[in-house]
Design a protein around this ligand. Structure first.
Ligand SMILES: [Zn+2]
Length: 211
């Protein structure tokens, strides 16, 4: 009834959700399959009712099928992801009229650079690089920090020293000590953390083994 093993006939829907860890398969005319790293659900396209769903193992084998309650919760979850996706697209569309970006309430969002939460009482800014706190936006405007580092939540290019300290379980002063000594290259966001760029610090992991 419900097979998780790779379908031969699906083709990867060129995904409107590519920025999410979510893939959409359109493997029959009736059903859309939504898949993230660990879950998979099939929705009836006519009414968005779940047809099936399963918890996936790392190697895409079926662990077990979802219960009805889990299916309902998953539909809610995917609906939310899609809604978030649509809102994000609307923001990028708005940039056509406001190429430099626009003020946006934080509502608890993380700044894409310093990663602090920006709450609704203070606003942030959205531009082509994504959402940032005002302080980081100022640093980008003044070219202290490349805007392209924004939204690097997987830290493929950079991370703030504050985040590195949390990951290592040390005080941020320890990292700043290394920066002062020149062992780690950090780029300061004025009134914010240092950004540690991978390209500035090719030997970072070696240095950190001595922390
Ligand atoms: Zn920030």
């Amino acid at each position: 009834m419900f097979i998780i093993a790779k379908q031969k006939h699906h083709d990867l829907h060129h995904s409107a959700y590519a920025w999410l860890p979510l893939w959409v398969w359109n493997y029959s005319t009736e059903v859309e399959r939504y898949k993230s790293d660990t879950v998979c659900i099939e929705l009836d396209r006519s009414n968005n009712e779940p047809r099936g769903g399963a918890v996936m193992s790392d190697i895409e084998r079926l662990k077990r099928e979802f219960t009805d309650d889990e299916r309902r919760r998953l539909v809610d979850y995917f609906s939310l992801l899609i809604e978030i996706d649509q809102q994000e697209k609307a923001r990028y569309a708005k940039l056509k009229d406001s190429p430099k970006g626009f003020a946006m309430n934080g509502e608890g969002r993380q700044c894409g650079l310093c990663l602090k939460s920006v709450h609704s009482d203070s606003s942030g800014w959205f531009d082509k690089w994504g959402f940032k706190c005002f302080n980081c936006q100022d640093a980008v405007n003044k070219r202290k920090i490349p805007g392209s580092l924004c939204g690097d939540y997987r830290h493929e290019k950079s991370l703030p020293d504050t985040t590195l300290a949390i990951k290592l379980g040390v005080k941020v002063q320890v990292i700043r000590g290394f920066i002062r000594e020149g062992k780690i290259i950090g780029r300061r966001i004025p009134n914010g953390p240092y950004m540690i760029l991978r390209k500035d610090n090719p030997k970072l992991s070696h240095i950190l083994t001595h922390v």
